[in-house]
Write a protein that binds this ligand. Structure first.
Ligand code: SF4
Ligand code: SF4
Length: 176
């Protein structure tokens, strides 16, 4: 390896303010103070908002918490094909399939259990893309908090679509 020549710095030639880092510190404080005064005295172009009282309008393609969609009879559309589980890069979907006694010609299974670990999920939407039945979509819900690991593992009951979904709440969906 090539030797890098040492550089001798004559500290005596460096101004005192720079030696004790006074210049950069005062420069940083000046920037902070400038932003503080702009925020306090109400300039309209500030980047921050008063969350959570004020919220941004998020895109219809936001990848938020998942929804398992239901058909006219209120049953989940999922046919337990494992496509989403296979496509998931975070390995956070766990499905157990069972035979569907009411099976139509286009499917013969339904999920006995369908769980997503929301703490492992990276909200990539691959599961939504992989689903051939539009049985899993994403909402715009992204404010989630859990106090235990178990709480973050949600099943069919928590994921199932509950009535008509407000357009405002819909996030990433296939073909959208
Ligand atoms: S959004 Fe991505 S990480 Fe989350 S469950 Fe779907 S495929 Fe897995
Ligand atoms: S949600 Fe879609 S991709 Fe996943 S198992 Fe059900 S039908 Fe298959």
């Amino acid at each position: 390896m090539k030797d890098v020549p040492a550089v001798n710095v004559d500290r005596g030639k460096i101004p005192f303010g720079e030696r004790i880092y006074l210049g950069p510190i005062l420069g940083g404080l000046r920037v902070t103070l400038r932003h503080f005064l702009r925020n306090v005295f109400g300039q309209r172009d500030v980047a921050t908002i008063e969350y959570p009282e004020v919220k941004r309008q998020y895109s219809e393609r936001l990848r938020g918490r998942h929804i398992l969609t239901t058909n006219e009879q209120g049953e989940v559309r999922c046919v337990a094909c494992y496509m989403c589980e296979t496509a998931c890069p975070a390995d956070c979907i766990t499905i157990v399939a069972e035979e569907d006694p009411t099976a139509a010609v286009d499917h013969e299974k339904r999920p006995l259990s369908f769980e997503i670990d929301l703490l492992r999920c990276v909200y990539c939407g691959y599961c939504v893309d992989a689903c051939p039945k539009q049985a899993i979509i994403m909402s715009r819900e992204h404010e989630m908090a859990f106090t235990t690991r178990e709480e973050a593992v949600v099943g069919i009951d928590e994921l199932r679509q509950k009535g008509p979904i407000d357009q405002e709440d819909l996030g990433y969906r296939p073909y959208f």
